[in-house]
Structure formats: C-alpha cells, structure tokens
Design a protein around this ligand. Structure first.
Ligand code: F0G
Length: 363
C-alpha cells in the first residue's frame, strides 16, 4: 500500500454528526439516530480566489454542498428527525426555499416518517424540487413566498399532529452548530472571521452557538467575528423591517421576515461582526469567480457570503494574515438553471468531425 493511503476501518469511518459530537447534543442512548453520515465536509483553502480579489489572508471554504442532500441542512435535520422519532412523531413538516425540504424529505424517508413540504411556487431551484419529489415528500407549492409558507407551517405545528422541522425547532440549530466544531477541529483553532449567507437566520445563530461552546470548553482559542450577508432585495435585517415581497436570484435566501432575526443580530453584535447586503450582480460575479478560479461550484446564495467578503476587502476591513472561513451552504448543481444562464458561455455545436472541433479550439 502507498504510504499516503489510509484505509477506512470501522474504527475510523465517519458515522455522521450525532455520533461525532454526541456529548454536545441533546441525545441519549435512547435516541434513535437517523443519519445519512452527514458532516465531515471539506475545508478547502482557496488561494487563487483570494489573489483574484486582492486579499492578503488565508481563506477556507466549508463546502457544505458535499453533505448527503448537498446542503448544510443535513446537519440540523439528522438531529431534528432523530428527536421527532424519539418523541413518537409520525409526520414532519417544513416550509422551505428548497434545501430544508430536500433534507427533511430524505431524513424522513430514512426514518420511515411521513414528510410534508410547503414551497413558494415557481421559486425553488430545480435540483431541490427534484429531491423533494424523489424522496417522496407530499410537496405543496403555495402561491406565496417562504414567509407565508412558514406562517402556515407554524399554524399546522400548533395542532400537535405534525413535527415542525424548520429552524424554529431548536434541534435544528443544535445539529447545525457542528459545522463550527468541525472548522475548529480541522484548523486546530477558530478563524478570525467567519462569513456566511443569511436567510431565515438559523445558520448564523447555530455557528455562533457552536463557536461559543467550543471556546467555553477550551477547544477553540478565540471567538471569530461573524459576517453574514443577505441579498439586497431580501435584506430585512439590514433594512430594519420585514420585506413583503423579497426578490433575489439567490432563491435560497429569498426571505423577508427571518424567524431567527434577533439571534442573528445578537450573533453579529456579540462577535463584533456585521450583517450586510449585496446585490444580485455582486452575487453572480462571486458565483462565477469561485467556480472559475477554484473549481468550487456553489449555489448562488453561497456567493452572497463571498460577495460580502469582496466588499470587506475593498473597504480594507480585513487585516493582513487573517484566517477566514466561509460556509458554502449548498452545491452548485442544486440550481442548474441559474448556472447555465449566468455562466456566460454556451456549448459550441459542430459537425461530428475532428476538423470542426479543431477549428473551435484553434488548433
Ligand atoms: N444558503 C442556502 C443554500 C440555504 O438554503 C439557506 C436557507 C441559507 C443559505 C440561509 O440559511 O436560513 O439559516 O439563514 N435555506 C432555507 C431553506 C430557508 O428552506 O432551505 P439560514
């Protein structure tokens, strides 16, 4: 065997975030663990991107698109569905801009629970819709936006007949905080700054909880400053009021009245961080740049965090030598339509002969 090879054994195999971080989570030996071996996602150092944006620091992307349903939601969903099963639930329900519904549907299938997802009609990226349907969720598309879907879900939750697995369920936040643990474990320190996109604001809440808990037990040497970014057409936290008709190309974060609004503000202020907004043009620029410069294909919402970082670099807010992490919350293949529309190039169609191909490549 080559010296670089390290075979997976039953002792080292990754068994998901609950097994990895059980002592930090609200689970007991009686909790039936529903997992798809989520977590343990790569932390990718992206020097080309940093050079391209004129920065002088270390940037690592937490590539959450490599989770089992291709977004960070799997971390919270393994716990939310495990706890729902422990409580004897028969059905789970969520409102979603697409990723929560994909994760809920997958974990519910795994657990043998019924799943109902409520989506804003026509505003769900195609890959995410495909996931809900394939996992067999009862999929309801309302003529309204995410905020209206969440209102309906809250009302249904009050009947006591369904378990709500949106991030208003505290188990979701608990599971999602494990991403902060993994970052500290891999870097053997906490970053100086952490950047991430903000929609319903559960994830920024979860990261701040995770970083604080790890700091408290001495597993992280410092607390990072959290920098969250909303899309300009859907920036209620930045604008200071709910947005009735939020609009952005980044449909994942097309949210006008985030459930975890206050805790997002707390995370930003307690960490001496910031919640800002970036335009769709800035999002699309960063979306292409990270794919072209590093081979990292993310969905548009993730690029909001990168666009925010670009702004911070331009405003000289990032000290030289900083260690920065950023969550790339979902995989680029979730939203093939936006990718194809904004790539700026198209396949070149030619006759099926070598000369025609050579002509296109200029040989
Ligand atoms: N990035 C992606 C890819 C998302 O899907 C979401 C949220 C966020 C960022 C924002 O995270 O809501 O915790 O602030 N998606 C939810 C959903 C709303 O229904 O899939 P947040």
């Amino acid at each position: 065997m080559n010296a670089l090879e390290k075979p997976a054994s039953s002792a080292t195999a990754w068994r998901g975030v609950i097994h990895a971080y059980a002592s930090y989570l609200p689970v007991t030996a009686a909790t039936p663990i529903v997992t798809l071996n989520e977590g343990n996602t790569p932390l990718i150092k992206v020097d080309n991107f940093v050079r391209a944006i004129g920065g002088d620091f270390e940037l690592y992307l937490k590539y959450e698109g490599l989770n089992p349903t291709c977004s960070f939601k799997d971390r919270g969903m393994t716990l939310a569905v495990s706890k729902a099963k422990e409580r004897g639930a028969s059905a789970v329900i969520c409102a979603s801009t697409g990723n929560t519904s994909a994760a809920a549907a997958a974990y519910a299938s795994r657990a043998g629970l019924k799943c109902v997802v409520i989506l804003p009609n026509g505003k769900i990226a195609m890959g995410k819709l495909a996931q809900a349907l394939m996992y067999g969720a009862t999929t309801i598309a309302i003529e309204g936006n995410f905020d209206e879907a969440l209102r309906i879900v809250r009302e249904l939750g009050e009947t006591g007949k369904v378990e709500v697995v949106n991030s208003i369920n505290p188990d979701r936040i608990e599971g999602q905080k494990t991403a902060a643990f993994e970052i500290c474990d891999v870097l053997a320190r906490a970053p100086d700054f952490h950047f991430l996109p903000v929609g319903n604001a559960g994830n920024i809440t979860a990261y701040w909880k995770g970083f604080r808990e790890y700091h408290l037990v001495g597993k992280a040497d410092r607390l990072p400053r959290l920098f969250g970014f909303q899309a300009a057409g859907a920036a209620p936290i930045v604008d200071g009021h709910p947005i009735a008709d939020p609009q952005t190309i980044a449909t994942a974060i097309r949210i006008g009245n985030p459930a975890s609004w206050q805790s997002a503000l707390d995370a930003a202020s307690e960490s001496r961080g910031h919640i800002g907004k970036v335009t769709d043009d800035e999002i699309l620029h960063a979306y292409r740049l990270i794919a072209r410069s590093e081979g990292v294909f993310v969905e548009p919402a993730c690029a909001a965090a990168l666009a925010g970082l670009i702004r911070c670099v331009h405003n000289k807010l990032i000290p030289t030598g900083s260690v920065i992490t950023a969550t790339m919350t979902g995989h680029g293949l979730k939203d093939p339509d936006t990718a194809i529309q904004s790539a700026g190039i198209q396949p070149v169609v030619v006759r099926a002969n070598t000369a025609a191909v050579m002509e296109v490549i200029g040989l």
